[in-house]
Design a protein around this ligand. Sequence first.
Ligand SMILES: [Zn+2]
Length: 98
Amino acid sequence: MPIPKKINYIGSDYTVELESKVTAKSGSMGLVDHAEQAIYINCDISPQMQAETCLHELVHVIDNKFAIELDETQVLRLSMGFYGLLRENPKLVQALME
Ligand SMILES: [Zn+2]
């Protein structure tokens, strides 16, 4: 399933855009612009990496929303941890959605 073009999080609508300029802009696979409420994901990586990158950028959104002040390594580890947890437990994801 493709990544949705809009993600709502606690009253904020974030747009999600796939583009090839992301790497040049940020030196990474994704980028979040909190002021513009926009997430940019490199379109040249695999769909699975795009999804994982989107989750990573959403951890940045949560960090920003709650003023947690995570550093990049913490964001990376949290997003990898959640990605693995959600991927390996589809029944848990279903239960969370009910
Ligand atoms: Zn990051």
